[in-house]
Design a protein around this ligand. Structure first.
Ligand code: MG
Ligand code: MG
Length: 270
C-alpha cells in the first residue's frame, strides 16, 4: 500500500480545494427547499465550484453525469441529480468534490428538509458525530483502524444502525480516491501508522435498518435493501508536521467539533 505524502505547500492547495467544497455544501444547505428539483441543486454547486476557480471531480468520474451526488431517503450514496423534487421530511444526502490546481477535496452532508422525523434526525446526528470521532481518533501516531473502530464504536453506542460495509473512506490528494481504504468498522490497532502529510476522507454511511445495499438500474444509486433511510457525512482532513490535524473541507478547519472532543487543530493551514 502506497500512501501519498503531501508537503505543507501541497496541503495549502488542498485546503483551497477543501474550503471550496465546504462552502459549496453550506450554500446547498441554505438553498435546499421542499419542491426543488435535485438538478437545480446540482446547478448551484456547479456554478459555485466554477466561481471559486475549481472543477468538479465527480463529473465524468467513471462516466458520472453530474457535479454532485444527491441521494434521498433509502438512497444512501451516489444518487444522480435529475427531475426528482425534494419532499417535506426527506433526508437528502449531498456529496460534493472539487479540484484546484490538481488537488482534490471531497465531503458530504445529510440534510433533513422541512418537518423531519426525529428518528431520521437522530440517525443523521449519529452519522455526523461518528465522522468527527473517527477524525479525532486518526491523529499522528495512531493506526489506520483506530479511525474505523472509533466510528463503529460510537454508532453502536447510539442504537441499532446498519453500517455500510462495501463503501468507506479513502486517501485523497492528486486523485479523489487513493490508498488507503478506510473501513467504517473494525478493531483498533491495525493498518499503517498515520504520519504527517497524509490526507484522508472519512465518510461513515449508515441506515436505520440493514447494512445491506444494492445498486439501482442507473448503475450508480446505492439503496438499502430493506428501504430503510440512510445518512452520509464526509470530511477530508490532513496531518501536519506539528503533529496536529486540520479538516480541509470544514470551513473552520474542524476547530469547533474537534474542540468538543478535546482535540485542537493545527494552526499551520489557518
Ligand atoms: Mg464524497
Ligand atoms: Mg469520498
Amino acid at each position: 500500500m502506497t500512501i501519498q505524502i503531501k508537503s505543507l505547500d501541497q496541503l495549502k492547495v488542498m485546503r483551497r480545494a477543501g474550503l471550496l467544497v465546504g462552502e459549496t455544501l453550506e450554500l446547498l444547505r441554505n438553498s435546499i427547499k421542499v419542491g426543488m428539483r435535485t438538478d437545480a441543486l446540482d446547478a448551484i454547486a456547479a456554478a459555485n465550484i466554477k466561481r471559486g476557480g475549481g472543477t468538479s471531480n465527480f463529473k465524468g468520474y467513471r462516466g458520472f453525469p453530474a457535479t454532485i451526488c444527491i441521494s434521498i431517503n433509502d438512497e444512501i450514496v451516489h444518487g444522480i441529480p435529475g427531475d426528482r423534487t425534494i419532499e417535506d421530511g426527506d433526508v437528502v444526502s449531498i456529496d460534493c468534490g472539487a479540484i484546484i490546481d490538481g488537488w482534490h477535496g471531497d465531503a458530504a452532508i445529510s440534510i433533513g428538509v422541512g418537518s423531519v422525523d426525529p428518528a431520521d434526525q437522530k440517525m443523521m446526528d449519529v452519522c455526523d458525530e461518528s465522522m468527527w470521532r473517527g477524525i479525532a481518533a486518526g491523529f499522528t501516531g495512531a493506526k489506520l483502524t483506530d479511525i474505523s473502530h472509533a466510528i463503529e464504536d460510537y454508532i453502536k453506542s447510539q442504537g441499532k444502525y446498519g453500517i455500510l460495509q462495501e463503501y468507506g473512506g479513502h486517501g485523497i490528494g492528486t486523485e479523489m480516491h487513493q490508498e488507503p481504504h478506510v473501513l467504517n468498522f473494525g478493531k483498533r490497532g491495525y493498518g499503517p501508522e498515520l504520519i504527517a502529510g497524509m490526507a484522508l476522507a472519512i465518510e461513515p454511511m449508515i441506515t436505520r435498518g440493514t447494512h445491506k445495499t444494492k445498486v439501482l438500474g442507473d448503475d450508480w444509486t446505492v439503496v438499502s435493501t430493506d428501504a430503510s433511510r440512510g445518512a452520509h457525512f464526509e470530511n477530508s482532513y490532513c496531518l501536519l508536521p506539528d503533529g496536529k490535524a486540520f479538516v480541509l473541507t470544514a470551513i473552520d478547519g474542524g476547530k469547533a467539533r474537534l474542540a468538543a472532543l478535546g482535540v485542537g487543530i493545527s494552526p499551520l493551514l489557518a
